[in-house]
Design a protein around this ligand. Structure first.
Ligand SMILES: Cc1cc2nc3c(=O)[nH]c(=O)nc-3n(C[C@H](O)[C@H](O)[C@H](O)COP(=O)(O)OP(=O)(O)OC[C@H]3O[C@@H](n4cnc5c(N)ncnc54)[C@H](O)[C@@H]3O)c2cc1C
Length: 532
């Protein structure tokens, strides 16, 4: 096995695939991409509805648990993360969202304002529908309208409009506010993960080596320089050297874990595990922020929607044939076909609530099978910029033990109040007559509950909608882990390039923003090493 490379990319997820692809555009550069999970050859990945098999199980999924959450009545949350080439983009819901323009202008001081990042969103994207100054037409990531247009998902839009909310024809356009249809990262009715977009077309490059089923166990730090990584490959521990840089792209949970395992972090986080400190960097694993999701679920009066029944089997058999022949219909659905970005207070500048309208009854991440068997639909409400912050810390010095993930959900009362208002607004939409032709009954009858009872219900049932960020945040303050070019403060030859570098959560889903971060990082690296 070759043991020296110019660059080592740790983690073949949304960010890692972009880095590996962009850096190997220069054939003088040798890149090693290391992925703990498997290759991405599975129908569950490529057929959009396959996420229903992956998200609730440990198939291609790290399936982490959080620590008991005080704000959620002591329950442990669930945190699925992709463990496969493509990372979480191989198991996610494929919604293509960039966030609000002003979210990036909040990062302006770091040189990551909207005008700085827009070219990289466009560089990554080929949009099959929108061809304007805000969208890309030549990027590897294919974005399209969904090929499943379920009428109940449209009823959600109609009900929202009847209540006076704007219609948004492009959530990534000039104005994000309103209700509308999500665009999806799909091509020809199949998932377009980061691996499919960035790796599949260039797998034969001679200067790219991909090791799957191989875990990085620590970074090799000597005299404040990262010299490579230790990997576990086919049962053996092996050291691999990076002559230029190691690029840590293991995601918002594992990137801080690997830094801590390598002695980079606060001494008090390392000492209990006997880890020798290489650098005091107190922000590692701090500042965890995630979108908390409350689900208002309804039973439908039709079997032509996800659920299980005899009549439903006939419908789904026909739909399967339709998908096999035309790559259309309910099997191409990403489940969350429509939704919206709304304000709980008209005076605020940006929408503070996002809705995912899902054409299935989803309870406990689809792990509650009794609920999933019912034909129905659900509206997911999340607070876009939560104030609560949590942590990711070590549970042991063993790289194969999951880290302690504490999102501190509903740690701040403001988040409780905003979510309460958002769930009330969801109930108004779901109870509107425009929904009545599909409605059998509300499962939890949120609209009948007092504020106190609804808050209790929120604490008992909410959990992540899978957007953890911020645990190796970019910045210049004492708690920042990386600088504006994503280099780890105080360590040479090491950058973090993934969702963990976000200083705070953006107002939307996090896959496209993470890929934008990696596109820009690739340009920084090429400039620094004169690779263009
Ligand atoms: C179920 C689900 C649904 C989602 N839905 C959407 C959506 O619809 N739209 C959207 O925009 N976002 C969505 N997201 C979020 C989005 O997918 C993530 O924010 C994004 O993929 C994060 O990218 P990343 O590169 O930071 O991490 P990841 O993509 O998770 O990549 C990290 C990679 O590192 C690997 N790795 C970890 N540890 C090691 C190690 N020690 N050695 C080697 N490799 C390692 C992992 O296996 C993984 O492949 C969803 C996420 C999930 C989990």
């Amino acid at each position: 096995m070759q043991k020296v490379f110019d660059f080592i990319v740790v983690g073949g997820g949304s960010a890692g695939c972009v880095l590996a692809s962009r850096l190997t555009e220069n054939n003088a550069v040798n890149v090693l991409l290391i992925e703990a999970g498997s290759d991405d050859k599975s129908v569950a990945i490529h057929m959009p509805v396959g996420s229903a098999a992956m998200v609730p199980s440990n198939y291609k999924n790290w399936a982490y648990q959080t620590t008991p959450q005080k704000g959620l009545n002591g329950r442990r949350g669930y945190q699925p993360r992709g463990k496969v080439l493509g990372g979480s983009s191989s198991i996610n819901a494929m919604i293509y969202i960039r966030g609000h323009k002003d979210d990036y202008d909040d990062w302006q001081e770091l040189g990551w304002g909207w005008d700085d990042v827009l070219p990289y969103f466009k560089k990554s994207e080929t949009n099959a529908v929108f061809h304007d100054e805000l969208h890309g037409v030549q990027g590897p990531l294919k974005v399209d309208n969904s090929r499943s247009n379920h009428p109940v998902a449209d009823a959600f839009i109609k009900a929202g409009r009847a209540l006076g909310y704007k219609y948004c024809h492009d959530f990534n356009g000039i104005d994000q506010e309103g209700v509308g249809r999500y665009q999806v990262t799909q091509v020809n009715g199949q998932r377009c993960s980061a691996a499919k977009a960035y790796l599949t077309p260039i797998r034969s490059r001679k200067n790219l080596t991909i090791l799957t089923n191989t875990s990085v166990t620590k970074l090799l730090i000597n005299d404040k320089k990262c010299q490579g990584v230790e990997i576990k490959h086919q049962g053996e521990l092996i050291n691999i050297t990076a002559t230029n840089e190691v690029l840590l792209a293991a995601g918002a949970f594992t990137s801080p874990q690997l830094l801590l395992l390598s002695g980079i972090g606060a001494n008090e986080d390392l000492e209990p595990f006997g880890i020798k400190q290489a650098l005091e960097l107190p922000g590692v694993g701090e500042n965890l922020s995630d979108h908390l999701d409350y689900i208002s679920a309804y039973q439908a009066n039709t079997h032509k929607i996800f659920g299980l029944s005899l009549k439903g089997c006939v419908f789904f058999s026909k739909e399967l044939v339709k998908y096999a022949v035309k790559r259309q219909g309910i099997f191409s659905s990403n489940f969350a076909e429509t939704g919206g970005f709304l304000k709980t207070d008209p005076k605020i500048a940006r929408p503070d609530i996002q809705y995912h309208f899902v054409i299935a009854v989803v309870k406990d991440h689809a792990r509650n099978w009794q609920a999933a068997l019912k034909h129905g639909y659900s509206a997911h409400t999340c607070v876009l910029r939560p104030k609560s912050r949590g942590t990711v810390k070590l549970s042991s010095a063993n790289a194969f033990d999951a880290p302690l993930i504490d999102p501190n959900f509903l740690g701040e009362d403001e988040d409780v109040q905003t979510l309460l208002k958002g769930v009330r607004m969801a109930s108004e939409i779901l109870e509107h007559p425009e929904m009545s032709c599909f409605k059998k009954s509300s499962i939890d009858k949120e609209y009948q509950l007092s504020d106190e009872a609804l808050i209790a219900q929120i604490r008992e049932n909410s959990d992540s909608i899978y957007h953890p960020v911020g645990t190796c945040k970019m910045g210049v303050d004492d708690m920042a882990v990386v600088d504006a070019s994503l280099k780890v403060h105080g360590i040479k030859g090491l950058r973090v390039v993934d969702a963990s570098i976000f200083p705070n959560l953006i107002g939307g889903n996090t896959n496209a923003p993470t890929m934008m971060v990696a596109e820009r990082a690739a340009d920084f690296i090429k400039q620094e090493w004169q690779l263009t």
